[in-house]
Write a protein that binds this ligand. Structure first.
Ligand code: HEC
Length: 159
């Protein structure tokens, strides 16, 4: 029972993390029109969403556990988070396509801490990928970081 509720909870939180912007048609159109650094960071986030989405399919059991794919997905996130992530958010960089909130620059320390934490946790997931048992808690830690940042620094999704 306990295991089932943990899995359900993870799957629910993943739809918050990877949902909306990826699957919502209205958002998709607006996002295709994005340009410059806003587009760059959206593409970066989309690659995170894709990696997390594949891992959530493994948890749901729609695809088999694949340690190599987990390691590669975690590596993508690790190598594009931390300093590389924050470099895509120069002060005041918002436009009509962007869902970034101005609180990013009001609380830059917290924003950069979360970007750094994402990198550490993606590294831990990469290291845990060979074992499905170790994967689960490392995956939860990682997606908690996505959610923490989106809750504070990204506009709420309508869908
Ligand atoms: C340090 C903060 C932070 C972290 C950590 C973070 N994100 Fe984001 N994410 C954002 C912000 C801010 C936006 C909105 C960017 C914009 O629209 O300009 C965003 C947007 C997105 C989008 C929408 C992209 C689009 O098409 O516009 C997806 C998908 C996404 N993030 C997935 C993830 C996933 C998955 C993780 C964790 C593996 C993650 N993010 C971690 C801050 C973060």
């Amino acid at each position: 029972m306990k295991r089932v509720s943990v899995v359900l909870c993870v799957v629910l939180s993943i739809s918050v993390v990877a949902g909306g912007a990826i699957f919502g048609a209205a958002h998709l159109k607006a996002h295709e029109d994005a340009t410059g650094i806003v587009k760059e960071r959206m593409d970066n986030m989309k690659s995170f969403g894709k990696a997390v989405g594949a891992m959530s399919d493994m948890i749901k059991g729609t695809i088999a556990y694949d340690g190599l794919a987990v390691r590669q997905g975690a590596k993508t996130i690790r190598s594009h988070s931390g300093d590389e992530l924050i470099a895509l958010f120069p002060e005041g960089s918002m436009d009509e396509h962007s869902e970034a909130l101005p609180t990013i620059w009001q609380d830059w320390t917290r924003f950069s801490d979360l970007a750094a934490k994402l990198q550490t946790r993606a590294g831990a997931l990469e290291a845990a990928a060979d074992s499905q048992a170790a994967f689960m808690p490392a995956f939860i830690d990682l997606t908690d970081t996505c959610t923490a940042c989106h809750t504070k620094f990204r506009q709420k999704q309508e869908d």
